[in-house]
Design a protein around this ligand. Structure first.
Ligand SMILES: [Mg+2]
Length: 215
């Protein structure tokens, strides 16, 4: 059996929700209400990110410097190594911004990983968000993970998804192996859905090595 892996960024590869820290810091907390409305699905990701970007006055260099402080899960390198050895393609799928995802992946030497996300652009020094994946969207997400998994899983492969939050809900029904922690795990437990709980990416690597690859 072969596998295609998809992994969320904020709170999953990155230990923290970088996107939320980013917008909260540079909006001075003004984004709180819109994020809460997004969690209740009263506003779409596109509306939420567009409004959050409008609340920010910092320029590109200040924003890039801010994101460089964030760390990634210590198990990520070993997980990628296991996937490489076993011909499992890994894609980062995020409803956040390429600006911080690319900067942090580069800092840790993972800049060759494919990233599918929304795009940060600067017009006259002001941040604006573009949504290059919107044509595939479910209508709620900017970059719909369910749609990405459906489109990008190799023919005949089983899909593996690893996530932690509310931006991962569309991945639930299309993932053959669904790893969840934090808000995503709570959501799945509440709705009586099956998933594989994990604490960090070392757990994921060990589970895959033991349950899927050991034959
Ligand atoms: Mg996340």
């Amino acid at each position: 059996m072969n596998f295609s892996m998809f992994i969320d960024f904020d709170g999953t590869i990155a230990k923290q929700d970088v996107g939320n820290r980013f917008f909260t810091t540079f909006s001075g907390g003004k984004n709180y209400d819109i994020v809460e409305r997004w969690k209740r699905r009263e506003v779409t990701s596109v509306q939420c990110l567009t409004e959050e970007a409008e609340m920010i006055s910092a320029g590109k260099s200040e924003l890039t410097e801010f994101v460089s402080q964030f760390e990634i899960d210590e198990g990520f390198a070993n997980l990628c190594e296991l996937c490489k050895k076993n011909d499992i393609p890994v894609r980062v799928i995020s409803d956040g911004l390429d600006l911080y995802i690319n900067a942090i992946l580069k800092k840790y030497g993972f800049d060759d990983l494919p990233v599918i996300s929304n795009r940060a652009v600067f017009d006259n020094g002001r941040l604006r968000v573009e949504f290059p994946q919107l044509e595939y969207s479910c209508g709620f997400c900017g970059n719909c993970k369910g749609s990405a998994i459906k489109r990008l899983t190799r023919d005949g492969d089983k899909s593996i998804f690893i996530g932690d939050g509310y931006s991962d809900l569309c991945a639930i029904d299309v993932s053959d192996y669904l790893f969840a922690k934090a808000d995503l795990a709570e959501y799945l437990s509440r709705s009586g859905r099956e998933f594989i709980p994990y604490g960090n990416l070392r757990d994921v690597k060990e589970w895959i090595g033991r349950e899927l690859l050991a034959t």
